[in-house]
Every structure is written in structure tokens, then in C-alpha cells.
Design a binder for this molecule. Structure first.
Ligand code: NAD
Ligand code: UD1
Length: 339
């Protein structure tokens, strides 16, 4: 199939491009490089020994986006679009909500317009576990109602899910797959691509990686008084390569009109301190930490029941926490581009 990977130079988009190419699909990436580097595209080519067409385009620029569809549809139209492009920093979204609504919603709406104009009927969208808020029942299934969302970033995810549902309701040919990611971490085993946050990382594993590399003195553990195994927050960490393969599996719904929702996680919950311990094991480095106050908006425990994806897509995560931490550390040693 010919797939448009929007946000393909980013963390999850680059790993997904690799898995798509490995599965024999043709990939065209669009990215404005607002949170990624052009070099990633070369590294995707290096890993796969395959070519990738790349357009440096801001998807909010409708004309430029439609030009890409115009050029590409002259050879073969896209069979599906995987929409990763968007801003994703939760804390920043509280400070700059309008920029988040503008970029995340406008880019998605432009993609929908292009789909209509160029008869592409399939979209896979990067949603997030954040749409569940603080669910009453754990593990969380797709049948669980959406909850109270704690950030403008999370709101954009929920709003886009609604937009895509309305889009599907308006056109009996459209297939929209909403993939709700839990906590993607790790990196490709080659160490050539991985997660490269700009500035101070917000998320746990990128922060731990900085401590392991001596870039930061210690980790702040946000709260140790949760009702969990050791008092620290519990999450469903998933290896980014497993997550990427989940997208390849979801492509099988490309010609099944309707809204399809899947949790992509391992179904296992690990605490902050368990992740710290594992990172220490794989890196051989000590990760000093200090317990500080809870972070506003955090929930105690969030992990999923991934059985719907297993039953319907034939996909399940294969890699464990040790693989995730090992590959994250390997990327710090070999591939990291941001300092
Ligand atoms: P990322 O920032 O690494 O990748 C997003 C890419 O989109 C970047 O390369 C960025 O340059 C590009 N982009 C942003 N706005 C654009 C625009 N207007 N036009 C063109 N390109 C644009 O993020 P990621 O971690 O790979 O996440 C991918 C998607 O998955 C995001 O939508 C994110 O919200 C979602 N998601 C991520 C996580 C996570 O933990 N990483 C969890 C849940 C959901
Ligand atoms: C966060 C976002 C979520 C988003 C996801 C992926 C919030 C409230 N949630 O999820 O919306 O989809 O990232 O981008 O921001 N922790 C520390 N110290 C740190 C960093 C994190 O103790 O320096 C703890 C947190 O309290 C949490 C766990 O580590 O218990 C995981 O945190 P994080 O990696 O930020 O992911 P989430 O909060 O689950």
C-alpha cells in the first residue's frame, strides 16, 4: 500500500515508517520539522535500505498539503494516512492552549479535506490514553467512557476523535482508526532513531535517560503516596517498535468503513521506581532521585486491557520493560541528535 505518514520524522512516526517499509509498503513522509530533524529521514533509509519520499511541509498550510496530494496522486493515490503530526507537550499546552488547538486541529482538518478531495478513505490517528482521564476501572478497555481530561493537549486528542467520528458518519466510505497509546518509550534496536526531546524532558524515561547520561543531576519522582505497590505512579509502558507494528496491523482496517478504537499498550503496569531500577540495571549507572510533590493532573494508575487489539488486529506487544530501557539507553549512546 502507499501510505502518507504525517509527522513521519518524529519519534513514533519514524519508527512506524521503518515498520511500514519493512512490511513492504511505500511511505511518503510529511513533516515541518518543528520537533524533529531531517537527518531522521536518512536514518530511516539506512535502517531499511529503502527509499522514502519526504516533504518539508506544514500541514496547517492547506495549499502546500494539497500540492503534495496533487503531486503524489499523479503516480498512485494514498491508500491510507497515518496522522502523527501535532504538538504533544502536556505542560506547554497549558501555557499555549491556542497554539495547541490551532496546530493539532487545523492540521487534522486539512488532512480530512485532502482525503475528501483525493479519494483517500482511510486514516489512522495517534490518540492517547489521556482521553480516559482517571478511569474507575483498571485495566481500562475501549468500552470505558472518556473521562475528565487534564490538559489542552488531551482535549485536542478527544476533539479530534470526535471530528473523525463525525467525518465517518458523513461518508460511508471512510475508515478511521483511533489508536490510544499508553506510554511509548524505547528506541529502534539499531540505536539510529529514538526520542529526542528539545530542552528539559517532561516524560519519565527521557528524563531518566538524561540523568543516566550525566546531563541532569537527579530525577524528581512526582509523589510517593499514591495507592500503588510502592507509592509511585503506575503506567503501561510500551516499546515504540511494538507500537509502530500496531499501526501496520491497523492498516488491515483500511477498507472497513467506520470508527475503530484500540488501546495500544502491554497491559502491564510498572511504577516509577521500577522503571528507575530497570534503567540502572541496563545502563550500569546509578539514577539518583528525590521524591517531590505530586504533579498536577497525574493519576495513580493507568494501564490497559489490550485484548481487543489482539483479537481483532492480531497484534500484541512483544517487548518487555528491560528491552525498552536497554534500547532507550543504546540510543543515548549511539544515535541522539539533540545534544
Ligand atoms: P513527535 O513530536 O516526535 O512527532 C510529531 C511530528 O509532527 C514531529 O516530527 C513534528 O515536527 C511534526 N509536526 C508537528 N506539527 C506539524 C505540522 N503542523 N505540520 C507538519 N508536521 C508537524 O511526537 P511523537 O511522540 O512521535 O507523537 C506522535 C503523535 O502521537 C502525536 O500526535 C502525539 O500527540 C501522539 N502521542 C504521543 C505519545 C507519546 O508519549 N509520545 C503518547 C500518546 C499520543
Ligand atoms: C503524559 C501525559 C499524557 C501524554 C503522555 C505522553 C500528563 C499528566 N500526562 O503521560 O497526557 O499522553 O505523557 O506524552 O502529563 N514522572 C516522574 N518524574 C518525571 C516525569 C514523570 O515521577 O520527571 C512520573 C509521573 O508522575 C507518572 C510517570 O512518571 O507517574 C509517567 O509520567 P510521564 O512519562 O510524564 O507520562 P504520563 O504522565 O503517564
Amino acid at each position: 500500500m502507499k501510505i502518507l505518514v504525517a509527522g513521519g520524522a518524529g519519534f513514533i512516526g519514524s519508527h512506524t515508517s521503518v515498520e511500514l517499509l519493512a512490511a513492504g509498503h511505500d511511505v511518503v513522509c510529511i513533516d515541518n520539522l518543528s520537533n524533529s530533524k531531517l537527518e531522521v529521514i536518512d536514518r530511516i533509509k539506512e535502517i531499511t535500505s529503502r527509499d522514502v519520499k519526504f516533504y518539508n511541509v506544514d500541514i496547517c498550510n492547506k495549499k502546500e498539503l494539497l500540492d503534495v496530494f496533487d503531486i503524489e496522486s499523479k503516480t498512485k493515490k494514498f491508500d491510507s494516512i497515518i496522522m502523527f503530526a501535532g504538538y504533544k507537550a502536556v505542560g506547554e499546552s497549558v501555557l499555549k492552549p491556542i497554539e495547541y488547538y490551532e496546530n493539532n486541529l487545523e492540521s487534522l482538518i486539512n488532512i480530512c479535506i485532502a482525503m475528501k478531495m483525493y479519494s483517500c478513505n482511510s486514516i489512522i490517528f495517534s490518540s492517547s490514553a489521556t482521553v480516559y482521564g482517571d478511569p474507575k476501572i483498571i485495566p481500562v478497555t475501549e468500552a470505558c467512557e472518556k473521562g475528565k481530561i487534564s490538559s489542552p493537549y488531551g482535549q485536542t486528542k478527544s476533539m479530534i476523535e470526535q471530528i473523525l467520528e463525525d467525518f465517518v458518519n458523513s461518508d460511508k466510505n471512510i475508515s478511521a482508526c483511533l489508536l490510544r497509546y499508553f506510554n511509548p518509550i524505547g528506541a529502534h534496536e539499531s540505536g539510529l532513531i529514538g526520542e529526542d526531546p528539545n530542552g528539559i524532558p517532561n516524560n519519565l524515561v527521557p528524563y531518566i535517560a538524561d540523568v543516566a547520561m550525566g546531563k541532569r543531576d537527579y530525577l524528581r519522582v512526582f509523589g510517593s503516596d499514591y495507592n500503588t505497590k510502592d507509592g509511585t505512579g503506575v503506567r503501561d509502558y510500551i516499546h515504540v517498535v511494538d507500537l509502530a507494528k500496531g499501526h501496520v496491523a491497523a492498516l488491515k482496517l483500511y477498507n472497513k468503513p467506520g470508527v475503530h478504537i484500540y488501546n495500544l499498550g502491554t497491559g502491564e503496569g510498572y511504577s516509577v521506581l521500577e522503571v528507575v531500577k530497570m534503567y540502572e540495571k541496563v545502563s550500569g549507572k546509578s539514577i539518583p532521585y528525590k521524591i517531590v510533590d505530586r504533579r498536577p493532573g497525574d493519576v495513580a494508575v493507568l494501564y490497559c486491557d489490550p485484548s481487543k487489539a489482539k483479537n481483532e488486529l492480531g497484534w500484541s506487544a512483544k517487548l518487555n520493560l528491560e528491552d525498552m530501557c536497554r534500547d532507550s539507553y543504546n540510543y543515548q549512546l549511539k544515535g541522539r541528535m539533540n545534544g
